[in-house]
Design a binder for this molecule. Structure first.
Ligand SMILES: C[S@@+](CC[C@H](N)C(=O)[O-])C[C@H]1O[C@@H](n2cnc3c(N)ncnc32)[C@H](O)[C@@H]1O
Length: 346
């Protein structure tokens, strides 16, 4: 599979418009703060963007960030601006042609930003241990439409867990299916290259994450993918695909379920670009200044991480009140027709 994917992203695709579906195509509305940062990135890098979501969580200043399957580096150069001169961003990709473009514009971007904090490494995301990266050294690991392309997703999650600091997070966008992808679809080179064939059934992804210590995966956003190419639509038959962004925290003390300890948090409104509310995940839209009840796990995800200075924390773990009223085991994605990613790329 590595060779098929390298050929697809190294030789067949030269530009975002060459994609045959919108699976690897981020159609999210671009916030104005992001437009400003994107305008400072070289047009050739922007034209070779194949991501499916926004992998820029808040509060990155000074962070050490790793981008898995960075391609020609659009997200690396975005994150470079968000971590600032005291932070660092490393991009990893296995495809020479992508890395050549990424490296070509290093000096351009350090001139525009006024500092250099970016590097690119050639390697496989299944073998992160071969890249001489120090274990427990990254605050944040991101990835944009890449994990689906890996033939060994267990190895990828294992490597991520080893490289993240305690309290660090894997924040990533990817493609998921509403059921297990049949072998014929998985073995179709175009569907695989287009980020559909290797997509995980969403519940298998949750199990995979839990197996590797990320016991409480949090869905941030999701958007159904509409396959407009009639030939490809026929080949995927009844399968439905979604582009989704998850955040997985590396925290030792998380529990396998959301438990209620009568804890609350109050958001202080001090996260840049999120003054009025902080959307932590799809189920936690936390308004500034208001008491917000949280489970023990959410409390820890805010208290034992880089978010600690952005909240007042009320309560502790001394009294347990049972299970926290929470989302159930249904498919977590919105699948209505009008929320589907349309035929037009960004
Ligand atoms: C869909 S593109 C996304 C690129 C980039 N994240 C972006 O948003 O433009 C997938 C990228 O992942 C890389 N890739 C796929 N599988 C990989 C693997 N197993 N190891 C390293 N890189 C991989 C490909 O070379 C390609 O550049």
């Amino acid at each position: 599979m590595h060779e098929i994917v390298q050929d697809y992203y190294g030789n067949q695709l030269k530009h975002t418009d060459d994609l045959k579906t919108n699976a690897c195509c981020d159609t999210n509305v671009t916030p104005s703060w992001l437009k400003r940062l994107l305008s400072r990135i070289h047009p050739e890098i922007l034209s070779r963007y194949y991501g499916c979501g926004l992998v820029c969580p808040p509060l990155l200043e000074g962070c050490r960030v790793l981008d898995l399957g960075c391609g020609s580096g659009r997200d690396v150069y975005l994150l470079s601006q968000l971590v600032g001169s005291s932070g660092e961003v490393i991009g990893v990709d296995m495809t020479d042609e992508q890395l050549t473009v990424a490296n070509k514009y290093q000096d351009f971007h350090s001139d525009v930003f006024g500092y250099k904090n970016v590097s690119f490494l050639k390697g496989y995301i299944e073998h992160l241990d071969k890249l001489n990266l120090e274990p427990n050294s990254f605050d944040v690991i991101v990835s944009n439409c890449v994990v689906n392309l890996s033939p060994d997703k267990d190895a990828v999650l294992n490597g991520i867990n080893l490289l993240l600091k305690e309290g660090g997070e894997f924040y990533f966008s990817d493609v998921y299916a509403d059921r297990r992808v049949p072998t014929a679809v998985r073995n179709d080179p175009v569907l695989y290259g287009e980020c559909l064939g290797g997509a995980l059934y969403w519940n298998d992804f949750l199990q995979l994450a839990r197996r590797h210590g990320f016991v409480d995966p949090r869905l941030v956003t999701d958007k159904p993918i509409l396959i407009t190419n009639p030939e490809l639509a026929l080949r995927i038959s009844d399968l439905n695909f979604v582009s989704a962004t998850y955040r997985l925290f590396k925290l030792k003390n998380l529990e396998t379920s959301s438990e209620d300890y009568a804890q609350e948090v109050i958001y202080l409104g001090n996260i840049p670009e999120h003054a009025d509310q902080f959307i932590f995940d799809k189920y936690h839209n936390i308004e500034r200044g208001k008491k917000f009840p949280v489970s023990g796990n959410t409390w820890r995800m805010l208290h034992d991480t880089r978010y600690v200075n952005n909240f007042n924390f009320i309560g502790d773990f001394s009294g347990h009140l049972g299970i926290f009223p929470s989302y159930g085991s249904n498919m977590p994605f919105d699948t209505t027709e009008n929320s589907k990613i349309g035929s037009k790329c960004c």
